[in-house]
Design a protein around this ligand. Structure first.
Ligand code: PLP
Length: 360
């Protein structure tokens, strides 16, 4: 049986998608070979790649003046690719810090440009973590772009609003893309590693407004250069063909679910169920201020940390997997991405309640 998988990434994939991939594994659409064994330049593969892009454009309502790139190297390589692509004319950028991922992005960017760090993580009076109101941020007047991470996957902290700026807004959406509607036109660049809410590891999405394609630094490797990738359909070299295909199956599945608006409603139900239970219990606690709670990654602690090992072991026996928090912060974390169904969250809450009663 398939367990409920709360892994932060690589994360759960819809069972229907894995079944389709399994059915097509050895002989893709009667062609006598696996999609993995096909040239990325063959007409069959190019059609698969283009269909994935068209479906993503539909799901996210991506305007015509944006390019969609299917790249490799993970979101972490984008931490370098973004400054190399965008700081060629003006070497300054603002980076909003809210947690571990936005911190990693700005550390890497500092190797390439003049980075203004905007502190936005705060503690509320009752000791919860929150994102400071934009009026307190020290944004600069002359940045080439403003970078932030919509959802801090490790901390479980998410922006309640898109920041306001007249500069191109660059956002790491690795763990929240496709979980809720995004107005793409507000952004200069959106990027996301696939392995949280899109598909398997090995693929990184970049969605970039076309007018930003001409400001790269001269020393940029051509593989990282968005203008070259855009000109070549993300095939400057061999792309991650299987991950691209499988992500395309996820996009088809999402369209069948009714698209991003429909899955967002389910995601809100899941988050309300889990946070609601945690808030009602003295046994569990979540450290984030309500307005900035992530709807995808829910960290929680046990009143008695000595029970953590037992909690994880019992959860596993109940087919609830990967609930340990990130190694840097400890505690527990349930990642409830699109592919984790409401029943999975209900099963988790039932287990948590039972565990609390048994160990009170
Ligand atoms: C997982 C994650 C990353 C890193 O992704 P890789 O693809 O492993 O490089 C970056 N940012 C956020 C917000 C993430 O959740």
């Amino acid at each position: 049986m398939r367990a409920y998988n709360f892994c932060a990434g690589p994360a759960a994939l819809p069972t229907a998608v894995l079944e389709k991939a399994q059915a097509e594994m050895l002989d893709w659409q009667g062609k006598g070979l696996s999609i993995m064994e096909m040239s990325h330049r063959s007409a069959d593969y190019v059609a698969v790649a283009e269909k994935a892009e068209a479906d993503l454009r539909k799901l996210m309502n991506i305007p015509e003046n944006y390019k969609v790139l299917f790249l490799q190297g993970g979101a972490s390589l984008q931490f370098s690719a973004i400054p190399l692509n965008l700081l060629g004319k003006n070497n300054k950028a603002d980076y909003i810090r809210t947690g571990i991922w936005s911190e990693k992005a700005l550390k890497e960017a500092k190797r390439y440009g003049d980075i203004n760090v905007v502190e936005a993580g705060i503690k509320t009076e009752d000791g919860k973590l929150a994102i400071a109101d934009q009026s307190t941020w020290n944004l600069s007047d002359d940045a080439a772009y403003v970078h932030y991470a919509d959802n801090e996957t490790i901390g479980g902290l998410q922006f309640a609003h898109v920041p306001e700026t007249d500069k191109p807004l660059v956002c790491d959406f690795s763990s929240s893309i496709l979980s809720a509607p995004i107005d793409v036109s507000k952004f200069g660049l959106i990027y996301a590693g696939a392995q949280k809410n899109i598909g398997p590891a090995g693929l990184t999405l970049v969605i970039i407004r076309e007018d930003l394609l001409d400001q790269s630094k001269p020393e940029i490797p051509s593989i990282l250069k968005y203008a070259d990738q855009a000109k070549n359909g993300s095939m400057v070299n061999t792309p991650s063909t299987y991950a691209w295909y499988l992500s395309g199956l996820v996009f088809e599945w999402l369209l069948e679910q009714g698209g991003v608006e429909a899955i967002h409603k389910v995601n809100l139900q899941k988050a309300e169920l889990l946070y609601g239970y945690i808030d009602s219990s003295d046994f569990y606690a979540n450290p984030i201020a309500k307005e900035n709670r992530s709807i995808m990654n829910v960290p929680f602690t046990l009143a008695n940390p000595e029970l953590e090992k037992q909690f994880l072991q019992d959860a596993k026996e109940n087919h609830l997997l990967n609930l340990a928090g990130h190694r840097s912060v400890g505690g527990m974390r349930a990642s409830i991405y699109n592919a984790v169904p409401l029943e999975g969250v209900q099963a988790l809450v039932n287990f948590m309640d039972d565990f609390a009663k048994r160990n009170a």
